[in-house]
Design a binder for this molecule. Structure first.
Ligand SMILES: C[S@@+](CC[C@H](N)C(=O)[O-])C[C@H]1O[C@@H](n2cnc3c(N)ncnc32)[C@H](O)[C@@H]1O
Length: 213
């Protein structure tokens, strides 16, 4: 897999849209992928584990997929929760176009695909599901998580799938230190699903929330 799309707003590689079938135990989605987006030819194994093993949202409210790619996570949750707004956020504009195209083809009117800066500042989320871009580097990843976990409602949860050998355990430790009590929901084939929640006390001098490194 080329890593270039991790840093790419608009991929330079020529568009080459292809169909892909995402089959999960509870649903099948016929989607379109393209060159220049993450895991274009098959559902990423970590994403599959997140979609098959993460629990449903603990509370009702808007759902967010951070780093949505062509949209397998956002579109799955939009199908599972048709009455809830689902936000799909990515820096890659080709990925966002695919999410819009896929949502329309699936008849889903509850999906909003947006660049990070286009999400209204006061928008809050009851649940975040993400296969986060680990390869952008530790500092950038931490900034990203701070940015979005800070948008959880007080009773919300973020479910993150991270490969053990890409630092899931140290990420869990860091999240705990930052004031997001984080547990391991499950571990499957070398992937961990972490659940991070805002601490009941909220921001405070000891929570560490608000720092970016
Ligand atoms: C591991 S991929 C997951 C893609 C998709 N959710 C999937 O499961 O196939 C991570 C995604 O994060 C995106 N990304 C990278 N940096 C980002 C940032 N700062 N904000 C939002 N998304 C970002 C990448 O473009 C990529 O699509």
């Amino acid at each position: 897999m080329s890593g270039s799309h991790y840093f790419t707003g608009a991929p330079e590689v020529e568009s080459d849209r292809r169909p892909i079938t995402v089959t999960l135990p509870d649903l099948t989605l016929e989607l379109t992928t393209d060159s220049g987006v993450f895991s274009r030819s098959r559902l990423d194994p970590g994403t599959r584990i997140l979609l098959e093993h993460a629990p449903p949202p603990r509370v009702r409210g808007p759902i967010l997929d951070v780093g949505c790619g062509y949209g397998p996570i956002a579109l799955t949750w939009a199908t599972r929760r048709k009455r809830l707004p689902v936000w799909a956020v990515d820096v890659n504009t080709r990925a966002l176009e695919l999410v819009r195209l896929n949502a329309e083809a699936l008849g889903l009117g509850n999906v909003q695909a947006a660049l990070p800066e286009d999400v209204p500042a006061d928008q809050r989320f009851a649940a975040i599901y993400s296969n986060p871009p680990i390869r952008i580097g530790k500092a950038a990843l931490r900034r990203l998580l701070h940015q979005w976990l800070g948008r959880l409602t007080p009773d919300g949860s973020a479910f993150l799938v991270v490969q053990k050998n890409l630092g899931s355990d140290s990420l869990q430790k860091w999240l705990n230190e930052q004031g997001y009590p984080t547990t391991r929901v499950t571990s499957v084939n070398g992937f961990r699903i972490l659940e991070a929640r805002p601490s009941p006390e909220g921001e405070g001098p000891e929570s560490g929330r608000g720092t970016t490194t």
